[in-house]
Design a protein around this ligand. Structure first.
Ligand SMILES: NC(=O)c1ccc[n+]([C@@H]2O[C@H](COP(=O)([O-])OP(=O)(O)OC[C@H]3O[C@@H](n4cnc5c(N)ncnc54)[C@H](O)[C@@H]3O)[C@@H](O)[C@H]2O)c1
Length: 252
């Protein structure tokens, strides 16, 4: 089991779903957690659950798409700890429009949350990682960013952009011993999926595309994220790991 003892981890979008699961698992493995979310009550709840379990956590509330607020609130949150070892760029929004149904606002918001949010969260913490010559950045992409989908093209494009950032940052930041990887989940049972209209009707069809015959529980993804955040992954950078139940198997 990969230890995160003594590490300080920021997880964006930690108020629900996979971000919450990542925050809780990392705390169980010894990390001090900054649980960031746009929803203050949910961020506080994640931090409280960790503290109730004997861990150390603070909530950080802002919209990752608001660069000024993101930068100042992340820096204020980690100030008391004096370091950042791990950043998980997880905050995300769903939506599955066809091209004809995509508004400019939806397009811009999708890129602002997924791409700009991840970019400027990284920029905010980088000086601290560079100073220590150590860091782990994990960008949460999606199988749809790897292979596309027959709707939701702005989401697919934003998730593909995160793969581009992952590869470029891995090269740019290697001299500072900062590892950058992406996790590209397949279907996971979170609100992003379960709140979709008619989900009960759609689920059998969705699951039928997955060789393992099911969607994942959020915590199943956290094991991959915690591994990449640990010293066990010290020779891994610029990679995309896709826990997806076999839904996407990329050949050579
Ligand atoms: N659920 C899936 O099947 C699936 C598959 C592949 C990738 N993903 C990606 O995994 C990540 C987590 O998704 P999830 O399924 O846990 O989603 P979720 O909707 O359950 O949780 C997302 C969290 O992000 C927060 N958030 C949304 N916008 C934000 C913003 N602007 N600033 C800060 N926080 C914000 C929400 O408040 C929420 O707590 C997302 O990036 C998503 O795109 C999800």
């Amino acid at each position: 089991m990969s230890s995160l003892q003594g590490k300080v981890a920021i997880i964006t979008g930690a108020g629900a779903g996979m971000g919450k699961a990542h925050a809780r698992l990392m705390a169980e493995r010894g990390a001090t957690v900054v649980a960031q979310d746009i929803d203050g009550a949910r961020a506080e709840e994640t931090a409280r659950l960790i503290r109730d379990n004997g861990g150390t956590a603070v909530a950080c509330v802002c919209d990752v798409a608001d660069t000024a607020a993101l930068t100042s609130s992340l820096l204020a949150s980690v100030d008391q700890f004096g370091r950042v070892d791990i950043l998980v760029n997880n905050a995300g929004i769903g939506g599955e429009p066809l091209i004809e149904d995509t508004t400019e606002d939806y397009f811009d918001r999708t890129f602002a949350v997924h791409v700009r949010g991840s970019f400027f969260a990284t920029k905010a913490v980088l000086p601290m990682m560079k100073a220590r010559k150590s860091g782990k950045i994990i960008n949460i992409s999606s199988v749809w960013g790897m292979v596309g989908h027959h709707y939701a093209s702005p989401y697919c494009a934003a998730k593909a952009a995160l793969l581009g950032l992952t590869k470029a940052w891995a090269k740019e930041l290697a001299p500072w011993n900062i590892h950058v990887n992406a996790v590209a989940p397949g279907g996971v049972l979170t609100e992003m999926v379960l709140a979709q209209p008619d989900i009960e009707k759609k689920m059998p069809q969705k699951v039928a595309r997955v060789p393992l015959g099911r969607y994942a529980e959020p915590r199943e993804l956290s094991y991959t994220v915690a591994f990449l955040a640990s010293s066990e992954a010290d020779f891994i950078t610029g990679q995309v790991i896709s826990p997806n139940g076999g839904e996407v198997i990329v050949g050579i």
